[in-house]
Ligand binder design. Sequence first.
Ligand SMILES: C[S@@+](CC[C@H](N)C(=O)[O-])C[C@H]1O[C@@H](n2cnc3c(N)ncnc32)[C@H](O)[C@@H]1O
Length: 881
Amino acid sequence: MGKNGARGRKKWNRKRKAEEGAEKQGKERTNAGGYKDGQDYAAAKTSNPKFEAYYSLVGLHDTRYDNGTFVTCATDAEKHAERDLFMTTLRATLPASFRVDRSIDPTIQKKILEELQEYVGKEMEVEIELPRRSEAIGGKKTCIDQGVEVAKEEGDEEQKTDNGDNKSSEAQFVKRTLAPAKPIPFISHNDITLGFQLSVDRRTLRRNASLEPLHSFLKIQTDCGHITRQETVSMIPPVVLNAKEGMSVLDMCAAPGSKTCQLLEVVGGFTSKTEFEPHGYVVANDADPKRAYMLVNQLKRMNSPSVYVTSCDGQYFPILDDKSIRGTDKEGMFDRVLCDVPCSGDGTIRKNPGIWKNWNQLGSLALHPLQLSIALRGARLTHVGGYMVYSTCSMNPMENESVVAELLRITDGSLVLEDPRERMEGLVARPGWSTWRVLREGKNRTRKAMKDWQKKNNKKMQEKRKEWEAKRAKGEYPEPQERSTDENGEEEKEKFTPSPYETIPYVPPETWDEDALSERTTSLGFVEYKNYDEVEYEWHRRVRRSCFPPTEEEAKRFELHKCLRSLPQDMDTGGFFVTLFKKVKPLSKDATERMAAMASESRGGVDVDADKKKEAAADKKEQSAKEGEGDGDAVMSDSPAAEEKKSDEKSEPEEPVVKKAPTGKVGQHKHRADLGDADFIPSDPSIWPSIIEQYGLPPTFPKEQFMVRSTGDAKVIYFITKSIKKELIDHGIQNRVTVINSGLKGFERCSIQENTAKYRINQEAVQYVVPYMTKRLISADMDDFYACIKDGFLNLNTFSDSFKKSIEELEPGSFVVALKGYEKDVAKKMYLSMWRRPNCVNCFVAKVEMEGLISKMRALGYVAKVQETEEKDEGAAASTA
Ligand SMILES: C[S@@+](CC[C@H](N)C(=O)[O-])C[C@H]1O[C@@H](n2cnc3c(N)ncnc32)[C@H](O)[C@@H]1O
């Protein structure tokens, strides 16, 4: 592992730690620059000369939106306007957006949408706190000001107080009218729009007293899984993937999991009314086990058994295809594969202002091979006839079109691009590029080197800037500096010659003439290559052949215009890139070999070698021990080396068979039973007779689907869906990847149950047990059901006589209460896991689920008695007044 790789990993780790820390404390994310979401935007530098010069040269501002299509800018003025729009949008705060879960019960969904309309369907009068230091950067208004201005231009009087010279640290407020939320038409189901984009950012939503009712409504609905707060562009890849109920989906780089949730809502749905459990599933994988654990937390609120969370390097995700899986002999394991790969993320600059400071073109070049390798593995894992989506939140062609083009080149006709635009109403996305320029930064300046240099050159730099500003005021632009050379005529690498353009704010190009733009990038230390032959030998690992644009003939064949490329100004979002591939035939042997070679070459932030070496040693040991035994790994052939081994049993494989795909940090979390490599195994048969007897479960009860983790003392029994068990677990996936989590808790052992079985029913999977229960299941009307949804000991006298009587007939211990009329409605899940004590009962339901149940009851038309009385009192008071 090179020095840079290690440094890169450290940076990733720091970022992850910050995210995870925030997640733990229930706080929002902190970005690399140390700014919290929305915090102190005004203080963040929203300019970066290299970023701006690079994107101006590569042609980011060369197209504009005109009457529903994108056209090439014909004049410099049009390019200027495009650039201005781009920069202004990047400096404005990002509107908050969310979507309503499409899989929830239609009655509940309708009620949520009605309540939402009351909050966001009309203009809202709010008081907005202006940023404390809102002095404009480069003469522009600050983000918050602009965000509000978009909603409505009024109250300029009040605004002046803060936009002028006022640098007071007192909070200042202005009254504003916010525009209604914008529907996101392509986030819909059964012709009902389920996605919304607000006219305020998340920070304003959180901190504004007048928006508190909306904020707490969104919070409660989010906690109980009815609403997901997600960026608009992040919702696009799952829609493009077009998964259906019952399908198998692989999310290769899934954490923190917003897209996994979206996919799960679709595939985890029921295909028929007679089904007890969903047939489809999502395998959510992430190389970093810690992030995979974050994902598990995120998915908890969905209460879905249809997800299987794994942790392995996506480049090594095991290939288990077998004729018996889903009854097909076609290549591939999954109907749909999402490759939302790690990327430089410059499309997220609006919510991560630290990127302004840290943006670096070398990052994109470094990620290119890893992205390609993950996508190639994804292609191999996709069923013939299935679809794969490749997406990034980067605007850089090195991470986007160049990866797509190389993928098409390697797979040589197995993959074709499809254009999803037609079925995505309201989506504004530019065509992908068929050609682009390849540049690299001259030197990877570390932050420390930059700081040292700045310290050293501070005075000099200031003089230069003054000189340059004076020239700029006169309308003259300085000539680029001569590069300093040493006595041998070699460029002096350690001395940084300040570029006249390396100032903040960056000044837009005076002319869009290519030479002038090129001069700017050169002066900022970029080197441009016309073709791969020009790349210096020492740069071959960074600037790959695959970074270069396709030939004319290839470009015609590849149809890269079908890729979706959206810039922030197009829909007032972040920037994104999405491509839809259809797999039309199996990959060639050549492509499969390239895939294996690429994976072993790429380092991608995962110490693949260390694990492979360990595996190789273990394999050797095992192989010699098992000499003479059959090949136990036959079903799970993976690398070409393994396949070769099968076809030629006698020859030694050139590469050892990798048994378990490497993860980011194997072994770090072994102390946690819910992490690490604790597989799902069948439960001990001796526990079942008492459970069956206690809850009156019939012989049809699927005991084999109730499994335990292989470590620990099997305190919890998990419900695993039939398809996850049959298609993944029974096919040995656990031997090949670290399994983080799956299923829902079905039964939990308890010590206080004296007379009855030792296992109580857990609320998580109660809906998969209730349909089989013939004992200890009682029904309650709305009032009694509502009375049960409380913390602590509930006195039996709080219930109606008939319900009290049903409870009294039960022996102490675990039982379930079902809402009358909904006993068989598994999808609504109006069930409560309860505990009977001598004179009282307890409800074993988590607080967030309690809130969800109450909100479902409201949707079903229930008005709680207390609330009814309060409403009556309020009505009476109003009429007296
Ligand atoms: C862009 S994020 C994914 C975002 C996610 N799809 C979502 O919607 O929330 C990229 C993820 O890829 C993971 N990653 C990095 N290298 C990987 C690899 N080689 N294989 C699989 N995952 C990887 C990172 O840990 C990170 O969580």
